[in-house]
Design a protein around this ligand. Structure first.
Ligand code: 5GP
Ligand code: ZN
Length: 140
């Protein structure tokens, strides 16, 4: 990608999109590509990527939303050839596990091993926590 100063920042997904780096592409349209994850969590783990470099979802232009969702849904349809069970995930930021800072949706088929949320212990939300966090998230 080029920043405002015109400096090239290395981005492996931009290299793949430009054909400078190899990948096993499974889908492409005008705005998006999808290719196999190099280190798949399961067989058929696919990454759906907008061609324009943005770090994260909130950097997308509203007019780009529908193209990206269309590509994600099309890849999901194909992944259903492998399994009806799959996760669609976006990691945003380092603490969420993002290591490639070019927006991408993971589509991760699930077979016989439960998905990631099944192993995380969870407790019921308290009323005060719901009010507090609900307040933070309400409104535009
Ligand atoms: P993140 O953790 O940023 O959400 O996911 C990045 C994903 O990109 C990881 O699942 C990782 O295995 C994958 N990945 C990293 N480098 C490459 C690469 O060079 N090619 C492909 N196809 N996938 C990659
Ligand atoms: Zn990029």
């Amino acid at each position: 990608m080029d920043d405002e100063q015109g400096t090239r920042t290395p981005c492996i997904f931009c290299d793949i999109i430009a054909g400078r780096a190899p990948a096993h592409q499974v889908y492409a349209d005008g705005g998006c590509v999808a290719f196999l994850d190099l280190f798949p969590i399961t067989r058929g783990h696919v990454l759906v990527v907008p061609k324009r470099h943005v770090d994260r979802l909130t950097d997308l232009r509203p007019e780009e939303y529908s193209d990206l969702l269309r590509a994600v849904v099309e890849v999901c349809r194909r992944v259903e050839r492998l399994s009806p069970d799959y996760n669609v995930a976006v990691n945003q930021g380092r603490l969420a596990g993002q290591i490639v800072f070019h927006l991408h949706f993971h589509v991760i088929p699930r077979y016989d091993v439960p998905g990631p949320f099944a192993t995380t212990p969870r407790t019921r939300i308290t009323e005060s926590e719901a009010v507090s966090v609900g307040h933070a998230l309400a409104g535009p």
